[in-house]
Design a protein around this ligand. Structure first.
Ligand code: URA
Length: 233
């Protein structure tokens, strides 16, 4: 693949803009500046640097972000900053989208991709991919409340009760709650339905993929092949 086309595919701008980046000496491969936009390269596993920062060629982008509170999952946020402002420009340049949304005050694991089929497969309600949240409630959670979440609770506008796929106690006011749907404010509404209130919500896993402990809040990283397999498991 020609370098100009390769950079364009990775979100570094239009073909013309990428040509200019190359001609201005901002791209290097193996420490050597490359100033020919038309040099033909095998993209598989290619590492190049842009202004000294390393990038690995990715045919499709799959990544995770440890979402902080105070960010909206929208390109046109109304009251807070956009989660997309936490990603470097080339990722936005290639049009990555979040897989579903988290509320502005929810933290934790948020996935992004520019692979439409993958986005659909993981976020479609039909696939019932489990999503696990660490819930901190305002009031102590009784065993009967946990049992009610597992048995199913009534939510406004939902014809049938909605049940948690799992609910594990972590502390007096803390549970790990797993749901397989992606209904609007689902966890907060389920917890409200048992007469309690969510004080803090953190998504800790999607499918078999857990939020890595070493991914700092506000940071992103590529998904590995292992991560992708866990997600689909
Ligand atoms: N459920 C909620 O209520 N909020 C979220 O952000 C995610 C799940």
């Amino acid at each position: 693949m020609q370098l100009e086309r390769l950079l364009h595919s990775q979100g570094f701008g239009s073909r013309k803009e990428c040509r200019a980046l190359i001609r201005h000496g901002r791209i290097a491969i193996a420490g050597e500046e490359v100033d020919d936009p038309f040099v033909d390269l095998d993209p598989t596993g290619l590492v190049f640097s842009f202004d000294g920062e390393d990038w690995i060629y990715q045919a499709k982008a799959y990544l995770m972000l440890n979402k902080p509170a105070g960010y909206e999952c929208s390109h046109q946020p109304k009251h807070h900053a956009s989660i997309y402002s936490l990603l470097p420009p080339p990722l936005n340049g290639r049009g990555v989208q979040s897989l579903g949304r988290l509320d502005e005050d929810t933290t934790g694991l948020l996935l992004f991709s520019d692979d439409g089929q993958f986005i659909h497969a993981i976020s479609s309600g039909k696939r019932k991919v489990p999503k696990t949240y660490r819930v901190t409630a305002k009031h102590p959670l009784g065993d009967e409340q946990i049992a009610a979440l597992l048995a199913g609770v009534r939510l406004d506008d939902e014809p049938a009760p909605v049940a948690a796929a799992g609910c594990e106690r972590l502390g007096e006011r803390e549970i790990l709650l797993t749901v397989t749907e992606g209904k609007y404010h689902q966890v907060k509404r389920m917890v409200a339905a048992i007469g309690n209130r969510v004080e803090a919500l953190c998504r800790v896993a999607v499918g078999g993929l857990a939020l890595p402990e070493d991914l700092a809040v506000g940071r992103w990283r590529w998904l590995s092949e292992d991560d992708l397999a866990r997600l689909r498991a």
